[in-house]
Ligand binder design. Structure first.
Ligand code: SF4
Length: 260
């Protein structure tokens, strides 16, 4: 909604495990960039001893049982250490695909990037790290960040000047909000809150924000019509064009907050 309202921006979908921005922004994808990581493989037929690899690997991605090497690719971080400490020439590396970054444009004037993690892969940071290379450091960048307080959330907000936490007015929403706020405070990031589906629960989120001096940027009402628009890939501003002005104002207010 914010990207569609301001129009001229770079939009980065860092929610690589479940990217859904294309549903609303309908980008014209012009380029797909494959993201690969290095992963070791072990030439077991050589009779070489790989026990040093197992000892070295901090992530327990390698185990040696008798003459067998067991490799757990999902635990491997691709550090290359086992190549250095393992028997010379008997540990090699492959390029493994972990997903892709899609680049394109969306109307009205959005420079669009979306990370898409390969199903089954856990290398969210590899995809996000690749997207970092395309960040525009001279203009407005809107990042769609993964929910929660995971590494991928922290990675997504690390370069942000301001974070917007979207929550729902329910006990679960409040609980998740408090956890996210703790992370942002640790990172020293300024933030504000949008209450989505206002009216479905109680007013504890609002009370918490007010008592903690946290700015509520806006409240989006809980309406069946809005949900119907979303389900068709249509935005809030298509439902009610007055939201365009509200989001533009919000961006101006945030820019002012950042500067002061
Ligand atoms: S590349 Fe690094 S993380 Fe992967 S198995 Fe080797 S030592 Fe472990």
């Amino acid at each position: 909604n914010m990207a569609l309202s301001v129009g001229y921006c770079q939009f980065m979908d860092y929610d690589v495990e479940a990217p859904n921005s294309s549903f609303f922004l309908k980008p014209d994808i012009k380029h797909i960039h494959k993201v690969t990581i290095k992963q070791p493989y072990f030439l077991t037929g050589t009779g070489a001893d790989f026990s040093e690899c197992a000892r070295f690997c901090n992530y327990n991605a390698v185990a040696v049982v008798g003459s067998e090497v067991i490799f757990f690719p999902e635990l491997c971080h691709g550090c290359g250490g086992c190549l250095l400490v393992g028997p010379e020439g008997a540990v090699r590396e492959n390029d493994i695909s972990v997903g892709e970054v899609k680049k394109g444009t969306a109307s009205p004037n959005i420079d669009y990037y979306m990370g898409d993690l390969k199903p089954g892969s856990m290398r969210t940071i590899s995809i996000q790290g690749d997207m970092d290379k395309f960040l525009n450091h001279d203009g407005l960048v809107i990042i769609d960040c993964p929910p929660g307080t995971s590494c991928s959330m922290v990675f997504s907000v690390k370069d942000c000047d301001y974070c917007i936490l979207v929550t729902e007015p329910t006990p679960y929403g409040l609980n998740d909000l408090i956890l996210s706020i703790e992370v942002l405070k640790d990172l020293g990031k300024p933030f504000g809150v949008i209450i989505n589906r206002d009216g479905i629960g109680d007013d504890e989120v609002e009370k918490f924000c007010k008592s903690s001096g946290i700015k509520i940027l806006t409240k989006i009402p809980n309406k069946r019509e809005i949900a119907e628009y979303y389900s068709r890939g249509e935005s809030l501003i298509e439902y009610d064009s007055t939201w365009k002005g509200k989001f533009e104002e919000m961006v101006k207010e945030i820019e002012k907050d950042i500067r002061t």
